[in-house]
Ligand binder design. Structure first.
Ligand code: XBP
Ligand code: MG
Length: 253
């Protein structure tokens, strides 16, 4: 097993709890602006999260949940146009500071940088959503802390396909066994394991009951020195919050 060299983070649900009060709210704003009487409730959105990608999610809703929605234009163009406005509203939400990082994320990123670990992002979300989240939480300069920001349509197949992680590894010229992936969902771990990456899971409201078989460990959060995480699956080897020492231990197992 080679030395741990890089950490590759998912974004939505991992760096920040963005879905219920962020993306979902932005989708509904875009629907309202378009004069659509669509309302993605917390519960319905949980079902729609089965598909990754906002444009793909709109399409799923039309094709699976709406009975004969008559569209006088190409569904791909319609979804892309609606999604563009959703992204506008989501970026406004991020800029307002409405979406904080999850517990322990800022501390872990700083510790990883101090330890000389390389950082990357592998996400399904739109690239601007990543840079706006980083800027609004860690400051604009934090964008450069991540060597690679692999996001959105940069790969043909989104999670659960491994493509986004494979692409990030290729850009970093690293093999999977020199890295750890950080995820929050079933689609996410299918993608990271598909790229042969050992994966640390932190669950959230939407993914608590997902099947995380194959994860190195499943936690409720990364924790802080005074606020330990809860281990939901796996062995934390005596650690009570995720730090570089714990990551090296998990990586070396
Ligand atoms: C989560 C997703 C994204 C977001 C919405 O991405 O599936 O589609 O839900 O963002 P990840 P967009 O967990 O891989 O970060 O509307 O920009 O797709
Ligand atoms: Mg995620």
């Amino acid at each position: 097993m080679s030395k741990l060299e890089a950490l590759i983070f998912d974004v939505d649900g991992t760096l920040a709890d963005t879905e219920r009060d962020g993306h979902r709210v932005a989708f509904n704003e875009a629907f309202k602006e378009a004069g659509l009487d669509w309302d993605w409730t917390v519960e319905l959105y949980g079902e729609l999260l089965q598909v990754t990608g906002g444009k793909e999610r709109i399409r799923l809703y039309i094709e699976k949940f709406l009975k004969n929605f008559d569209l006088d234009e190409d569904i791909t163009e319609f979804a892309a146009r609606l999604h563009k406005r959703k992204t506008h509203f989501y970026l406004e939400l991020l800029q307002s500071g409405a979406i904080p990082l999850r517990p322990g994320v800022e501390r872990l990123i700083n510790e990883a940088r101090e330890a000389g670990l390389r950082l990357a992002i592998a996400t399904t979300t739109t690239p601007a959503n990543v840079t706006y989240l980083l800027s609004s939480t860690l400051g604009k300069e934090s964008i450069d802390w991540f060597e690679v920001i692999a996001a959105g349509d940069i790969v043909p197949a989104k999670k659960p396909a491994p493509d986004i992680y494979d692409w990030a590894l290729e850009q970093m010229k690293l093999s999977p066994d020199a890295c750890l992936a950080f995820e929050d969902s079933l689609n996410g771990i299918k993608s990271s394991l598909g790229a042969n990456l050992k994966t640390i899971i932190t669950v959230n409201g939407y993914t608590r009951d997902d099947d995380f078989s194959g994860a190195a460990i499943v936690l409720d959060q990364y924790g802080e020195p005074q606020a330990p995480f809860k281990v939901l699956e796996g062995d934390a080897c005596g650690f009570e919050h995720v730090n570089v020492e714990m990551l090296n231990t998990l990586h070396g197992q």
